[in-house]
Design a protein around this ligand. Sequence first.
Ligand SMILES: [Cu+2]
Length: 255
Amino acid sequence: MVPYLKRVIAAVPVFLLAFLLADCGGATAPQAAALPDARVDPATAGTISGRILFQGQAPKMQVIDMSSNPSCERQHKGQVRAETVVVNPNGTLRNAFVWIKDGLAPAHWIPPADSVKLDQSGCIYEPHVIGIMVGQTLEILNDDPVNHNIHAESQVNSPWNIAEAPRAEHSFRKFASPEVLFPVTCSVHPWMRSWIGVSPHPFFAVTGVDGSFALRGVPPGTYTIEVVQEKLGRKEGRLTLPASGNATIDFTYGT
Ligand SMILES: [Cu+2]
């Protein structure tokens, strides 16, 4: 056989294999393959921490009217208020998504094996804001005696809409690309709304009852830190984290 033809025939399976791998690997596979695996030296890693503050009069959230669905309403003893803006007693904001927006060396970060859970309980999403890594599993649960229809209104990632029967088997989804922040809604219950931030790396947090955050195990460097609040919008700041050190940054919303 002509040597040139031999080389072409030998190369065909390689092309086929590459094509099949690219096709099965999803949207992140080519990018992930091109980037080196992320490595953090624990000896030089540090912590970025801070608080998300709210100045002025805390807005009063409206009471959610569940009267159209008594099965939902019965699960609550008292009034349930929207969580659009929740100001903690110490003057900080709850449910703010904080992450390193820029400054990390390009790398492929391996997501944790643990899933992140989004529960539907009393026709309310719990938690209200979720942080998850690219490629990590989102596990959706339905504790309720009613149908829900979960609609991820993502724009970078492909949006999806799935139904879950009462107390159904869990559903599982993954996100292929970074996207901070998009809503998740329910097609059955218009008041249901949660938010998801998809990060390419593990350095993100959602503020809780004390409004603080801490990003641990961060390599030394100069970073842009961004905070995103569903109603109040985005803010960002720059800081430098020294080797084996700490850096702090606070953000303030309100008047
Ligand atoms: Cu629902």
